[in-house]
Write a new protein. Structure first.
Length: 167
């Protein structure tokens, strides 16, 4: 897998060297509230999560979760990915950023770039996205990306109803 660039960002495929980054990102209160607790408490937990969740999809399909790096700052500021999930027919795009980098267009810039990549390089025309009812900023971004609300869904082994969008 290769890196991709936008005007301000580099999208780098997630790998084991990103364990500390995902440990911090996935334990943000906003991540846990809006996306869910991934139970990453140690660097080893994060490494296992990357090994078991991210790397198999990247190896099988050629795309997955990307670490978003701010070019000018040379700093990891968030993540964006397209995920193939059991129980969801259409791959979904997701994103999460550190609070200092929210509301500045970085998530949109990274997501638009990744949507174009999976369309042109992997022939993926259809994408979905999911978010909670109270996550209005994600809803706005998802709609700005051209996805429309279709229905509410509940993942197996979960009880939270999520808003489901598709393009």
């Amino acid at each position: 897998m290769k890196n991709y660039e936008t005007e301000r960002l580099i999208l780098k495929p997630a790998d084991l060297e990103d364990a500390d980054f995902f440990l911090e990102l996935y334990n943000l209160p906003s991540f846990i509230k809006h996306i869910g607790d991934r139970n990453l408490r140690t660097k080893e937990d994060a490494e296992n999560y990357i090994s078991n969740r991210f790397l198999p999809q990247i190896e099988k399909l050629g795309f997955g979760n990307y670490v978003v790096i701010h070019k000018e700052l040379n700093e990891k500021i968030g993540a964006v990915g397209v995920f193939v999930r059991e129980g969801i027919d259409v791959p979904d795009i997701g994103f999460s950023f550190f609070p200092d980098f929210e509301g500045k267009g970085f998530a949109y810039e990274a997501a638009v770039n990744l949507m174009e990549i999976v369309k042109t390089e992997f022939g993926m025309e259809k994408l979905s996205a999911m978010t909670s009812d109270e996550n209005l900023s994600s809803q706005r971004l998802i709609e700005r990306l051209g996805l429309q609300f279709k229905k509410y869904v509940i993942f197996p082994d979960d009880n939270e109803e999520l808003r489901y969008y598709e393009n």
